[in-house]
Each structure stands twice: as C-alpha cells, then as structure tokens.
Design a protein around this ligand. Structure first.
Ligand code: PLP
Length: 455
C-alpha cells in the first residue's frame, strides 16, 4: 500500500502559503489539531457543504469545523438572523444580562431532560473546566474520573490519556494516566483517574476504590462522537455514581444536537448531573455551555442573588460561591446565530432527513468496500460516523488499535486529491447542506481512492 508523502499537484498556492505560515505560526497552524501530513491545506472560502482552497480546488466538506457546522457554512437563514440582530442592536455585548441569554437557557432546559439551569462560556473547554469546578465545590472532593480516549478540551486535568499508545497505556482494566502534552504538572495528572470505557466491572472497581476522592466522572456518552456507550453500561454507571456520591458529567460538546436535539442523554434516557455543550450551539461562532441540576448550578450564584444560600442562612456561603467568568460569555451575536440554528433543526423532518442521508452514506460505503473485499465498518450515531478498517467490534479506544490506520490515512489523502475534505483519519460529520448528489460524488470518490491505493 502506498501512503502519499506529498500532494500530486494543484496545491501550489497552499504549499507556498503554508511555508509563509510556518514563519509566523508555530507549525503553521493556530491549533495543533489542524495539522496533518503531508501538510494542512490552506482554505479561502466556504458555502454550504463546499469548501474551497487557495488554489481554487473545491471539496465536499466532512470536517465541518470538527462537527460544529450542522447547517453547513454560512446558511442563509442563520446569516440573515445574525445580520438582522446586528442591524437592530449592533455588535453590543453589554457586559450585563440580556434577553437572548434567557431565551437560549429556556430552550436548552426545554430540550435537555437533565438541565434546570445554564451558564454560557466561550468554548467547550471552558465548559468542561467549569463543570468540574462546580463538581469539586459541590462534593468537597477534588479528583475526577475520565475514560481512556475521551476528549474534553485542552485543560491539564482532562488532557489525559486521550491518545495513549500501546506501549504506554498500561493495563486494560486500570489504564495509566498519561499526560497528552508536555507542560502538564505531575500533581495535576494525579488528580485524574483513567477508566476503561464500556467495561462496567473494571470501572466499578476503580470507582469504589477511589470514591472518597472522586468529585465527578466526565465522559463522552458517544466516544469521539462515534463509539456509543452500551446502554446497560450507561445505566449501571448512573446508578453507581449516585450510590457513591460521585457526580456524572456528560460532555455533549460533540453529541449535543448532532445525535439528537436533546443530546445523547435523550437517546439513553439518562439524566447526568451536569452537561457540557458547545460546537453546534453557537451556529458557527465560539460558544460553550454548562447546564444541570439546580442545586449544583446554584453554587455559582453570587450569595446575594442566591435563593438557596440567602434563604438557607448558610454562614459559610460566601466562600462556597464557585467563581465563573468570561468577558464574552453569552455573546448576543453568537446566541442569535445559535438560536436560529436550533430553530432550523427543529423544523419538521430536518433532523430525520439529516440522519437518513448519513445512514445512506454509511450503508453505501460499507457496500462499496465489501465489494472490494476490504474489511471495513462504519460506526456512529445520528449525523456523525467514522470509517474503521477492521471487522472486529469497536467498543472502546483500545479496539481502535486493531484497525488498519495506514489504509485509512492513505484513502483519506487520496480523497483530498479527489475533492473530499476531511482531516485524515477524522470522523465524518454531515450537515443539512449535503445533498444526495454530494453523497453520490463521495461514494464515487471512495471507489477511485480504493483503486488508486489498493489496486
Ligand atoms: N469536549 C468535547 C467532547 C469535544 O469534542 C471538544 C472539542 O472537540 C471539547 C470538549 C472542547 O471544545 P472546544 O474546542 O470548543 O474548546
């Protein structure tokens, strides 16, 4: 098999611009996830599900800014709502309460079964940080549990065992806590206990052993947006965390609105104590949110404004307040775009159609690879899935080791030559802008890629 180490042609401007970028941006990028080999492609414009690079190559986009753009790039209705909002009140951000914060909070409470109250942040990372701080304050404990391979943003205590390799990862039943980045202090690493996903027995042992230290468990209910938790595992985990006084945090930054308007929790019928949201919620602009049980969320209310603390006459209340801030929290323009996105998704048939198209693409891809006798499966839920080159079942991070990663990379780089955009080896996210024509073109490109790479 041949993995390309450079693009064949037609990327001259991209190459030149990337060389320029490397002089002023470390690695030529503004976030490490944007890098891939042979080199990131420099983009110029995007509309709907099409993205165009600086050499004027057009691609069907399945990255969609890591899943954030469920309506595609620059959806007309969202653009109109955002522009109208700015025409009415300008770019005012107030630095004070405003109506859209209330409207969006009410909408999230309506859609997410576990959410009683909401705070907004500017990213998913800030949301997970705040959720963990709330859990620490509420329980009076300071460690967290996270599952191996799950991503919760770049903070020190969660950037642990996200991509551990086989040599370092330790025992399957008690994975080693591995810092995912240089610069994470050892004492912070020790605050995080790594758990094996979809293995209740092993998780239970670790939770019982560490129950007095664990404030919360944070997890992606569908790991990476594509490896679902077993329903039984999830229900057992909910019951056990309740029994042990450990809070359960669902990180729905990826799955929120994408697998269901009410997130994965609406599919599993489970109420986590806290939920983090982001990506789709901002309608293409930066956002994050934490929502959850009133008695936990109220820990962030200033004393004077808090029904619980002021009426309870708690003498230690002042020091109990959980600090939460952010100059741009609840940015009105972002909320206007986010609310319009939700309005669009709530229209009759929109989510069903998106999931139908996603499932159709998955089925057709599986049939195509089977016809070439390539062991391959798609896994995922709702409008996200991934392509995995193995027929073995995939239930956790370690199962992914069994897949043929070189083949995946080779196919993906070939697809970039053929007008299908994604970061190599990344999951596929679809948008309401993808048409049947785009899906058929994608299948055709995969067939050419198979021939170019394998035959
Ligand atoms: N949590 C999950 C599950 C995510 O997928 C991400 C981002 O990919 C984050 C948190 C961090 O969100 P952000 O990139 O907005 O900080």
């Amino acid at each position: 098999m041949h993995v390309q180490t450079s693009f064949r042609s037609g990327k001259e401007q991209s190459k030149a611009m990337y060389e320029k970028a490397k002089k002023v941006l470390p690695g030529g990028i503004t976030a490490n996830i944007k890098y891939f080999s042979p080199q990131p492609i420099v983009m110029k414009t995007a509309t709907g599900c099409k993205i165009t690079d600086v050499d004027d190559n057009s691609y069907i986009d399945y990255l969609l800014c890591y899943g954030a753009l469920i309506t595609g790039h620059g959806h007309e209705q969202i653009m109109r709502a955002t522009i109208k909002h700015m025409q009415n009140i300008g770019t005012a951000i107030f630095g004070a309460p405003h109506e859209l914060e209330i409207t969006m909070a009410e909408k999230l409470i309506e859609l997410y079964p576990s959410i009683d109250m909401v705070r907004f942040t500017n990213s998913g990372l800030e949301a997970t940080l705040f959720a963990i701080r709330l859990a620490n304050a509420y329980t009076g404990k300071s460690k967290i549990g996270k599952f191996e391979g799950h991503y919760h943003g770049g903070a020190n205590n969660v950037l642990v065992s996200v991509n551990p390799n086989q040599e370092e990862a330790g025992s399957e039943l008690e994975p080693t806590s591995i810092a995912e980045s240089n610069g994470i202090p050892v004492h912070e690493l020790k605050q995080t206990i790594v758990l094996p996903f979809n293995d209740f027995e092993a998780t239970e042992k670790l939770l019982r052993k560490n129950k007095d230290d664990l404030a919360a468990i944070i997890l992606e209910p569908i790991q990476g947006g594509f490896i679902p938790a077993d329903a039984t595992f999830m229900h057992q985990l909910r019951a056990l965390t309740e029994e042990l006084g450990i809070l359960l945090i669902f990180d729905e930054v990826k799955t929120g609105f994408r697998v269901h308007l009410g997130g994965a929790q609406s599919i599993y019928h489970i109420k986590p104590d806290l939920t983090t949201l982001g990506k789709v919620l901002g309608g293409g602009f930066p956002i994050g949110a934490v929502g959850g049980r009133k008695d936990i969320m109220m820990y962030s209310a200033p004393n004077d404004a808090s029904d619980i603390f002021s009426s309870g006459g708690n003498s230690t209340a002042k020091k109990d307040v959980v600090f939460h801030s952010g100059t741009y929290n609840g940015h009105p323009v972002v909320l206007a775009a986010g609310l319009e996105t939700i309005r669009l998704l709530e229209q009759d048939g929109v989510m069903n159609d998106l999931v139908y198209k996603t499932n159709l693409l998955r089925t057709k891809l599986e049939e195509l690879y089977a016809s070439y006798h390539v062991p391959m499966q798609t896994i995922g839920m709702g409008s996200i899935f991934n392509i995995v080159f193995t027929n073995d079942p995939i239930r956790n991070y370690r199962d992914m080791w069994k897949a043929n990663k070189d083949l995946r990379e080779a196919i993906d780089i070939e697809l970039l030559e053929l007008g299908i955009y994604n970061k190599p080896s990344n999951r596929y996210s679809l948008s309401i802008a993808h048409s049947m024509k785009d899906i058929n073109k994608t299948i055709e490109a995969h067939e050419i890629a198979i021939k170019n790479v394998l035959l």
